[in-house]
Design a protein around this ligand. Structure first.
Ligand code: NAD
Length: 437
């Protein structure tokens, strides 16, 4: 199959590279000429573990190439994937579909012969039909089908998620398009990956429902963490006790500073918009959005309280990205917590293994080159993201560097008893302070 991937970001680049690994000929397109120039020079513009190797191997095999000229990729393609961004629209939280429709118009002008256009971007129910309208208006003679194929990969483990997904969802209305998508995902059929064919509406809603459900799980355990702190329970024990129940499962039950990232915040908001528009309120998702928004500033206040006020104090922050193994800063809790502390007079020195460059675009923060550097003379160390390298800090060294041995761990990566034995005052989430849990 000849595939064009429109949008070469976190989803488009991973999907394009992995589809070429499946044996298809893939051309990745981006209107950001700098990104394409970097890719052509063998540089990966984002941090995603393992992506560089997959890209290099498939470029070498002649199955993967890059262009900033959409028509070069689309004219020869059997399938064109739209993987452009769908951020929250400023002001109303609706998914901004302008990039999707702009891409659809360009695709319409360039397509030649029967083409399947696939919306891989996360788009509200009804969008695939609207994409089809845009294409048919621009090219009444177009021979095409538009299908929905939402993506479920997680940044940080995106390659493995694409190679071995829990399921593939395809929303399509014609047998011809179904055959093309079946061919594209044939290697996954061989792995016995469930491939779910549904209507386009169901497919589009599956993506939002799945993300809203996961966001709800996180928010639920965060609220349980607050109760734990009041009653002297340990949220990690509570989560484990809940998660061992097969009906519940242990994933997404880690208490922390609230969900962030490029998907959950915007997708929960977009689902709320859809629900309001169609007159089917989702009060659960409404509460999730409100509770999660509040959580980030609550966590900033938790840090403030742990230090007994932050004015004039220096805080070493470990981790700025919304989760480990990515450089993605979109909607990261650090974007609320760091400015809050700075406003209250704190000096923040931070270290993030991969996110510093992105972070400096969004935060006025001094960044350091390793985990220990920001601790020199600091009043406390705060863990915001659970990068693996923060799990085994040399605690003796940390103690000698800090002015006072205080750690606020918003990801619960240490045990209170261990920290107490090491002479730290340790504040975590849902477990009370050291000595109390
Ligand atoms: N990031 C994730 O983990 C994830 C997971 C599942 C689904 N999604 C969804 O996938 C979509 C893409 O997300 P992302 O994180 O990859 O976005 P991104 O911002 O990283 O990448 C989007 C890319 O599209 C390019 N682009 C925009 N319009 C274009 C056009 N007309 N022609 C060519 N290129 C164009 C941009 O330059 C950018 O490089 C979104 O709808 C998102 O919700 C993201």
């Amino acid at each position: 199959m000849r595939v064009a991937m429109i949008g070469t970001g976190y989803v488009g680049l991973v999907s394009g590279a992995c589809l070429s690994e499946f044996g298809h000929h893939v051309v990745c397109v981006d209107k950001d000429a700098g990104k394409i120039a970097a890719l052509k020079a063998g540089k990966i513009p984002i941090f995603e573990p393992g992506l560089d190797e997959v890209v290099a191997a498939n470029v070498k095999a002649g199955r993967l190439s890059f262009t900033d000229t959409l028509s070069d990729a689309v004219t020869a393609a059997d399938a064109v994937f739209i993987a452009v961004g769908t951020p929250s629209r400023r002001g109303d939280g609706h998914a901004d579909l302008s990039f999707v429709f702009a891409a659809a118009e360009e695709i319409a002008k360039a397509m030649d012969g029967y083409t399947v256009v696939v919306t891989k971007s996360t788009v509200p129910v009804g969008t695939s039909r609207k994409v089809e309208d845009v294409i048919r208006k621009a090219r009444p003679d177009a021979k095409c089908d538009v299908v929905s194929n939402p993506e479920f990969l997680r940044e940080g483990s995106a390659i493995e998620d694409f190679r071995r997904p829990d399921r593939v969802v395809v929303g399509c209305d014609t047998d011809r398009a179904r055959e093309v998508l079946t061919e594209i995902y044939r290697p996954l059929y061989l792995n016995e990956t469930p491939i779910l064919f549904t209507s386009r509406e169901s497919s589009e809603l599956i993506k939002y429902a799945a993300n809203a459900f996961l966001a709800t799980k996180i928010t639920f355990i965060n609220e349980m963490a607050d109760i734990c702190e009041k009653v002297g329970a340990d949220v990690q024990d509570v989560a484990r006790g809940m998660g061992l129940d097969g009906r519940i499962g242990n994933k997404f039950l880690h208490a922390g500073p609230g969900f962030g990232g490029s998907c959950f915040p915007k997708d929960t908001l977009a689902l709320l918009k859809t629900s309001q528009e169609v007159g089917a309120k989702t009060r659960i998702v409404e509460a999730v959005v409100a509770v999660n928004d509040r959580r980030k500033s609550d966590m900033a206040q938790k840090i403030e309280a742990a230090l007994g006020g932050v004015s004039g104090k220096t805080i070493a922050v470990l981790g700025l990205t919304f989760k480990p193994n990515t450089d993605d800063m979109r909607d990261a809790p650090s974007l609320v917590i760091v400015p809050y502390l700075q406003e209250k007079g704190a000096h923040i020195r931070a270290y993030d293994p991969e996110g510093a460059q992105e972070a400096r675009k969004l935060l006025q923060v001094e960044t350091c080159d390793d985990a220990y550097e920001p601790m020199k003379g600091a009043d406390a160390v705060v863990i915001l993201t659970e990068w693996n390298e923060f799990r085994a800090l040399d605690l003796e060294r940390v103690k000698t560097l800090l002015k006072t041995p205080l750690m606020v761990d918003l990801r619960n990566i240490y045990r209170a008893s261990q920290m107490e034995a090491s002479g730290f005052t340790y504040v975590s989430v849902g477990r009370g302070t050291s000595g109390q849990s």
